[in-house]
Ligand binder design. Structure first.
Ligand code: HEM
Length: 431
């Protein structure tokens, strides 16, 4: 059995996802890891990276060894959380571990509380509503020939949908975005102490808002996620504690908006960069679902997520010690040449594209997969139908990736396109 340092050549040992250059385009790094050190210890971050498809599947399947129960504040961040914890204790609630951060039986209990609103039949019933909203957003810019695709579409679609599902006014979308960003940033292992405290102050705003809505939903329940959480009972028959309610709201808000937004941007960049692909998808819209799956494989919005090794375990021929923090690298697994030949190619005929791990795998796999896939498919289909020849705006710099340790997010997406005649019978007027 080898140790990670035996396997890792010097150049790889010096590289890390925390390096902005590697982070901006990590795929050569992943290819190096696949070839030389598929289970790799990143000494700078104190993290084990698991990069092969088969190993990521094994780790996600074996939740008893690769636990999701991690104290994100202490195990992952290098910043001492004492100051922000005191702020939460004084003015709000400590951030509780729920759903994606716990193991069974607690995980099963929380998942049961929310999964009802994300099943295939429920999403199927949402089809007309989602399609209508996609068209409404496109109508806001389709006659203009240019758009801020981030601000006018990618940001709004998932935020509006999650606001509707939670039972909150769409007009509060800007607040939800601000709070989602604060959660994401506060879990970044490269965060500074000052930024962490700033995030904690923003999270307190989120807590006050959602506690106020809990009171409203208790008095006037609806058919929405917040009302379901208010009515939910734990396995011991008790209602959710305030900390648990808030943490579930936070996970749904963040997961429901950030990843979908980032992937809408990633897909738009792929389409702008490949006019032949655009033409093909316009001519053969039935290929759009294949494009969506391939794009998720190539540019997984969550490149990796954390696990904690509960006991020393040999994975991919390398022993990971007990207590180690592991990152299951979905983005790397999706480009594993053993699972996907020519992994960097976007191949609409790839027979196994949907075996990608962009939505995770196992008990924690994405609860919103069907919903997100429906949003992404409808968006691509309608955008290509309503906008001709889409390109990156010529008078703006090319969009770049924002630095985030394990998320993939583009900074902006100004586009230009050919204005097409409105389909007959369409009465929508542009905003
Ligand atoms: C393109 C869009 C999306 C991507 C790429 C994505 C990705 C992921 C991934 C990788 C996980 C696995 C976490 C793990 O293994 O620890 C996950 C879990 C989760 N996702 Fe998504 N997601 C997306 C959209 C959504 C949407 C729209 C929702 C709905 C609100 C959602 C809600 C959740 C929740 C609640 C979990 C935690 C599940 C659990 O721990 O049992 N996601 N997602």
């Amino acid at each position: 059995m080898s140790t990670a340092t035996d396997l890792c050549p010097a150049s790889l040992a010096d590289m890390t996802m925390a390096d902005p250059a590697v982070n901006a385009c990590p795929y050569a790094y992943y290819a190096g890891l696949h070839a030389e050190a598929p289970v790799h210890y990143d000494a700078r971050m104190g993290l084990w990276l698991v990069t092969r498809h088969a190993d990521v599947v094994e780790a996600c399947r074996n939740w008893e060894v690769f636990s999701s129960h991690i104290d994100m504040r202490r195990d992952v961040s290098t910043v001492n959380p004492a100051e922000s914890d005191q702020l939460f204790l004084r003015e709000g609630w400590l951030v509780a571990d729920v759903l994606s951060q716990v193991d069974p039986p607690r995980h099963t209990m929380f998942r049961r509380m929310v999964e009802r609103l994300f099943t295939g039949p429920v999403v199927k019933r949402m089809h007309a509503y989602l399609d209508e909203h996609v068209l409404e957003l496109i109508a806001g810019f389709e006659q203009r020939g240019s758009a801020d695709f981030l601000g006018e579409f990618a940001l709004l679609l998932p935020l509006d949908v999650i606001a509707d599902q939670l039972g909150l006014p769409r007009s509060d979308g800007a607040l939800l975005r601000r709070w989602s960003d604060a959660f994401i940033t506060s879990f970044d292992p490269t965060i500074t102490a000052a930024r962490k405290l700033e995030c904690a102050r923003t999270i307190l705003e989120f807590q006050r808002y959602f506690v106020a809505w809990r009171t409203r939903k208790t008095e006037q329940p609806g058919d929405d996620l917040l009302s379901m959480l208010v009515a939910a009972r734990r396995d011991d028959g008790a209602p959710l504690a305030t900390e648990e309610y808030l943490a579930l709201c936070a996970q749904l808000m963040v997961a429901g908006s950030e990843t979908t937004r980032n992937h809408l941007l990633a897909m738009m960049l792929m389409l702008c960069d490949d006019q032949a692909l655009q033409q093909r998808l316009r001519a053969e819209p039935m290929q759009v679902p294949r494009f969506v799956e391939e794009s998720l494989r190539l540019e997984a919005p969550a490149q990796g997520l954390y696990r904690r090794c509960t006991r020393s375990f040999a994975l991919g021929g390398v022993v990971i010690p007990e207590g180690a923090i592991v990152m299951v690298m979905f983005g790397a697994a999706n480009r594993d040449p053993l699972a996907f030949p020519d992994p960097g190619d976007l191949d609409l005929a790839r027979p196994n594209s949907n075996r990608h791990l962009a939505f995770g795998y196992g008990i924690h796999s994405c609860i919103g997969r069907t919903l997100a896939t429906e949003e992404l498919n409808l968006a691509v289909r309608r955008l290509l139908e309503r906008l001709g020849t889409i390109r990156l705006a010529s008078d703006h710099p090319r969009p770049t990736h924002l630095f985030h340790f394990n998320m993939r997010a583009l900074s902006s997406m100004p586009i230009e396109f050919e204005v097409l005649p409105r389909p007959t019978g369409d009465s929508q007027t542009p905003a």
